[in-house]
Design a protein around this ligand. Structure first.
Ligand code: PLP
Length: 409
């Protein structure tokens, strides 16, 4: 190569490409999903991040390597995903795990025996189980409280409180928590409490808790982020170097890391996150309206309705109202719900959410079966409550499918 060419190469790299890489972090969401953290492969120029299916890396002499030693600690496919996720949540550090629950497990490991967690009472069943069945036995106690009143939450803070766990919108009642208010009130009482938001239901496209003052945001990337129902993966994102350092330490020390193939699939799914979530939101709006007009439907839970108690907060802290809708039936019979659940042809009866395909579920017998009936009824989780995860199919086909399933009641 001539010296002129070499000079040109460095000129282009430093004048155009380097600033471009930095600019990525100032770009809009739709650009970041495609470009943040992604660089063509240095060895081949491959445009898509390769799947680095390797457990170890060559060292030229002991300790002399290219930044990669062993794949539990570092993997280039995983690093690209972590950088991308950090950027989508307007954070600085992304830490990925083999599942959403492994991500939560790493966060709770920031605590020690004698510390206390204050969690929302209406939370993902697996999160409740991890706190009560795993961590309680190690001396980490959890209090479960409603979070519709920020002052009430801050009054629960004690000397032992180390972590506040928020989920919004909640599952399956789709209640909304005012993240900014909770952060404000909690930090007024105690500055060093870690506030974490489970942002799985909203996705980073609709809501960015770090911008609202949260310290950590967690995702089950299994849901909207990957979006194709073919991966289980979790992530934690933060702006804070000290928390990030501890989480990377736990990631490597405990070892619940995602494999390179799953990181690749998640990166691939992310590229259409905004398109998928936009369509799911649009479809959900129409389906929620259809349900309110249906004679067999009693309540419809959807934060996009003006009458929803969290509507104003949702409007302020979310870009749109999400793709989840819950409803129950007049007469509240489990038998009727069962008929609807078995008669849909497009809505698949299955756990999970956030995929391109629409799913239908029955919280009372599936995700929330372990919660006592009186507790369930208190929050409005009736026997006929049905939860929909709206996909990106044609909305008229989805409505026809529900209509048809309900004519048999
Ligand atoms: C699914 C889910 C989790 C758990 O994630 P996994 O990837 O299944 O381990 C946590 N929180 C919420 C809100 C979820 O929906």
């Amino acid at each position: 190569m001539s010296i002129k060419l070499i000079c040109l190469f460095f000129y282009v790299e430093y004048v155009y490409i380097c600033p471009f890489r930095k600019l990525i972090y100032l770009m809009k969401f739709e650009t970041k999903v495609i470009h943040a953290g992604i660089e063509s492969d240095p060895s081949t120029g491959a445009v898509m991040t390769p799947i680095y299916q390797t457990s170890t890396y060559e060292q030229k002499s002991p300790g002399n390597h290219k930044g990669f030693e062993y794949a539990r600690t570092h993997n280039p496919t995983r690093s690209a995903l972590e950088k991308n996720l950090a950027s989508l949540e307007n954070g600085k550090f992304g830490v990925t795990f083999s599942s959403g629950m492994a991500a939560m497990d790493a966060i709770v490991k920031l605590l020690k025996s004698g510390d206390e967690v204050i969690s929302i009472n209406d939370l993902y069943g697996g999160s409740y189980r991890l706190l009560t069945k795993v961590y309680a036995q190690f001396g980490i106690q959890s209090k479960f409280v409603p979070m519709d009143n920020a002052k009430f939450v801050s009054e629960q803070i004690s000397k032992k409180t180390k972590l506040v766990w928020i989920e919004t919108p909640t599952n399956p009642m789709l209640s909304i928590v005012d993240i900014k208010q909770i952060v404000k009130k909690v930090k007024e009482v105690k500055r060093n409490v870690i506030i974490c938001v489970d942002n799985t239901f909203a996705s980073p496209y609709l809501q960015n808790p770090l911008d609202l003052g949260a310290d950590l945001v967690i995702h089950s990337a299994t849901k909207y982020i990957n979006g194709h129902s073919d991966v289980v993966l979790g992530a934690v994102i933060t702006k804070k170097p000290k928390l990030a350092e501890k989480l990377y330490f736990i990631q490597n020390a405990s070892g619940a890391v995602p494999g390179p193939q799953d990181c690749f699939l998640t990166l691939r799914g992310i590229k259409t996150l905004h398109l998928r979530v936009d369509r799911a939101c649009k479809n959900a709006k129409k389906i929620a309206r259809f349900l309110t007009l249906h004679p067999k439907v009693n309540n419809v839970y959807y934060p996009g309705f003006k009458a929803h108690p969290g509507h104003k907060i949702a409007k302020a802290q979310m870009r749109d109202f999400g793709g989840m809708v819950s409803f129950d039936l007049t007469g509240d019979s489990y038998g009727d719900a069962k008929k609807v659940l078995s008669n849909t042809k497009l809505f698949t009866l299955a756990e999970s959410l956030g995929g391109v395909e629409s799913l239908i579920g029955h919280p009372a017998s599936m995700t929330h079966a372990s919660i006592p009936i009186e507790e369930r009824h208190k929050v409005g989780l009736t026997d006929s409550l049905i939860r929909l995860s709206i996909g990106i199919e044609n909305v008229d086909d989805l409505i026809a499918d529900l209509e048809n399933a309900m004519t048999k009641l």
